[in-house]
Write a protein that binds this ligand. Structure first.
Ligand code: SF4
Length: 721
């Protein structure tokens, strides 16, 4: 029965990187309804089904409400916050004292708000000398971070969602946008009503996204670089290069072109398993369009060549002049709601706030100065990225791990190894709003406030910072994550530096650290965000002569406005953040395919992903009857030929086996799959199924630059159960 809200309040959806504005209906201290915010530029009132399940998830009886301590004989017992924070402080202090700061690690999340991230980073890097702070964004966007940094000298997607409305050609590469970024897909559908607009889809699977493609390129997994080089060659051969842009504003073109010339469409067609004519057609459409965008996500990033794949797509945009103008751009669609915020605030192991680098002495001195700590307090080397961190935990080098707002015991690749490392960890503290596969292995569980119970900022894929509102009180004794980190800091004697009275104060401290930096948010406050979301850079000064970075439209700066309006598009002045000010091409050879080769024993390639109504490991969406309705548990999709040779029947249980482990799922036999590949969503962990998790079968081989694991390329076989 529908309950009419007493009031509606604006906030932001906590699921994917589209960052849709929502309005939450509140009644009697409970969130009772969610609808789209028509004024929010990311979605103009549109929503996908997921946020509708938030009221059920937020008020679910499973919520963690009190700190819990593992009992010696098994199970958990309730402890007070004082005891819990005291124990974390004691274990953290003892670990660092006895084994050094590298023996401690923090694994945080793109689900955290910017203020939560900031508090964790300040405590770990600044006050404990712990470099090992990494985020689950490592599994999601780190190849895009490396791609942008390499090409433009700085991270940050240059475009806006609004650009979709002006693009003549839209290439969707390794992205099932229809299911994973549904509101953005809606924009693409709308744009496609114009018959002059064409869509190219590159994906080994014929997804719902592929259904709208004018050119669909169902390449073999791991062959993206062959395709991208061949497309660049067609652009070169057919005179579709924007010579003026390339000549004036880029460098490294010849080296990239030399590699591209090795790839005739015919050669690439053989490697990729598609028609040469289709490669030519895709390249022509992209190159001939006045405005073209390339959008990509995990199919590109979750790869042992993820960084090169990003560079290859950016090469195509640079060669055709599709950077820094309306309707163009290389645009990585962020998976998580605040993965961008995490990047800005220093949530990856090599970063400090404001896109500073931990390896850069000047950057460290600036942060140490801002934090009022001694020079040399911040470690000078990057910490361990996600996979290395869990490996170090398993090998005994990391002895204290704090996991916040993420569920590695279901989401990490090579899960048997990770599960064992977590179970055997000398001390594991997990802060979360719900019981998960990871809290089940913790020594100490700290109850965190969920969405709607704490205020803070999030940044979506288009660099737009939006407010998440506190609408209701957290249940029991649950607290905001930033408060939990600050509580431990106080226990350790750093209370003065963590004495914030609200998340707005945390944000104010963070934003000063962005002053004059590329992701400058000094013109943004919680108060301003309550009026409207803003895209960074958004400095608080309008003096463009003093700006120490490039990329902001002079016309915007020169407007006589009191507040900077935000920056919808980067690099409009064609000045990039590289030493030369030019964008960089990169040679992107296709030297290797997938990190793990298929063979007689494991003849199929397993790709993992998401479905439309579920999110990650179902911590919230799995607790919504609205979203689980009609969902009949884990499934694996495979081609009729693969089903036939495996002896697997449609609708029956099948076991997917790799060298590392296996999982059981219902077989869905469909010609949407290529004969050599299988696809399984990774949502169901051990809490939801007894058949094992998809990540029991995946491997953790990584891209050498981004260190992002290849979650889309495990060699498996499928067998009847
Ligand atoms: Fe939320 Fe993403 Fe759906 Fe928008 S598209 S409503 S941000 S999950």
């Amino acid at each position: 029965k529908k309950t009419a809200p007493e009031r509606w309040a604006r906030s932001t959806c906590p699921y994917c990187g589209v960052g849709c504005g929502v309005e939450a209906g509140v009644k009697g201290g409970r969130i009772v309804s969610i609808r789209g915010d028509r004024s929010h530029p990311a979605n103009f009132g549109k929503l996908c089904p997921k946020p509708a399940g938030l009221p059920e998830a937020v008020h679910h009886p499973d919520r963690l409400t009190h700190p819990l301590r593992r009992k010696p004989g098994g199970g958990f017992g309730r402890v007070s916050w004082d005891e819990a924070l005291g124990e974390v402080a004691q274990k953290l202090g003892a670990t660092i004292r006895d084994h050094g700061p590298d023996a401690a690690a923090f694994y945080v999340s793109g689900q955290l708000l910017t203020e939560d991230y900031y508090a964790a980073g300040k405590l770990a890097r600044g006050y404990l000398g712990v470099a090992n702070v990494d985020s689950n964004s490592r599994l999601c966007m780190s190849s895009a971070v490396a791609g942008y940094k390499g090409a433009f000298g700085s991270d940050g997607p240059p475009s806006s969602y609004a650009d979709v409305g002006y693009a003549e050609c839209i290439a969707l590469w390794g992205s099932n946008t229809a299911d994973c970024h549904p509101v953005t897909f809606g924009r693409i559908l709308q744009r496609k009503r114009d018959p002059r607009v064409s869509v190219i889809v590159v994906d080994p699977r014929r997804t719902a996204t592929a259904e709208i493609a004018d050119v669909f390129l169902p390449i073999r997994p791991g062959t993206d670089l062959a395709l991208a080089n061949a497309m660049l060659r067609v652009v070169l051969d057919e005179g579709l290069v924007d010579e003026r842009f390339v000549g004036r504003h880029t460098e490294g073109f010849e080296e990239a072109a030399e590699i591209a010339y090795e790839w005739t469409p015919r050669r690439a067609a053989r490697v990729c398993g598609v028609e040469a004519e289709d490669i030519v057609e895709a390249a022509r459409r992209f190159g001939e369009a006045k405005t073209a965008m390339a959008l990509w996500t995990m199919g590109v990033n979750q790869s042992a060549q993820g960084t090169l794949k990003n560079r290859a797509i950016i090469n195509l945009c640079l060669a055709t002049g599709n950077v820094g103008k309306v309707g163009t751009g290389p645009f990585s669609l962020t998976g998580q709601p605040n993965a961008m915020g995490g990047r800005e605030v220093g949530g990856l192991a090599h970063l400090l706030p404001g896109y500073r680098l931990i390896e850069n002495e000047g950057d460290r001195r600036e942060v140490e100065g801002a934090w009022g700590i001694e020079e040399g307090s911040i470690p000078s080397k990057p910490g361990l990225p996600a996979v290395e961190s869990f490996r170090a935990l398993g090998e005994g080098d990391v002895k204290f791990l704090w996991v916040a707002a993420t569920n590695p015991a279901a989401s990490m690749p090579d899960l048997n190894r990770v599960r064992k490392a977590l179970a055997d960890a000398p001390f594991l503290v997990v802060s979360d709003a719900y019981p998960t596969e990871t809290t089940a292995l913790a020594d100490l569980v700290l109850p965190a406030a969920a969405w709607g119970e704490k205020a803070g900022a999030m940044t979506n894929s288009e660099r737009r910072v939006s407010i998440v509102e506190k609408l209701v009180e957290p249940p029991g004794e649950a607290r905001a994550d930033w408060e939990i980190f600050a509580g431990v800091a106080r226990e350790m004697g750093f209370g003065e530096a963590f004495g914030w009275g609200s998340s707005a104060e945390v944000y104010e401290e963070y934003r000063e650290l962005t002053r004059g930096r590329f992701p400058d948010v000094t013109g943004i406050s919680h108060e301003r965000l309550r009026e409207r979301p803003v895209q960074w850079p958004a400095p608080d000064r309008m003096d463009h002569e003093e700006r120490p970075f490039h990329g902001i439209a002079r016309s915007i700066w020169e407007r006589d406005e009191e507040e900077h309006p935000g920056t919808p598009r980067l690099y409009v002045d064609k000045k990039f953040n590289t030493p030369s000010g030019k964008a960089r091409f990169a040679p992107t050879p296709h030297d290797a395919g997938l990190a793990e080769e298929t063979g007689t024993e494991f003849p199929l390639v397993l790709s993992t992903g998401r479905i439309k109504n579920q999110w990650h490991t179902m911590t919230r969406t799995g607790r919504s009857a609205k979203l689980t309705k009609g969902l009949s548990g884990p499934f694996v999709m495979l081609h009729p030929d693969a089903a036939g040779s495996s002896g697997v029947t449609d609708g029956e249980a099948a076991r997917v086996v790799s060298e590392r482990g296996s999982f059981v799922a219902r077989a869905v036999v469909t010609d949407e799959m290529q004969a050599g590949t299988v696809f399984a969503p990774f949502h169901w962990g051990d809490l939801w199924t007894e058949g094992g998790s998809v990540n029991d079968a995946t491997h953790d081989e990584r891209d050498p630059v981004s260190l992002q694991p290849e979650l889309k390329g495990a060699a498996v076989r499928v067998e009847p159960v």
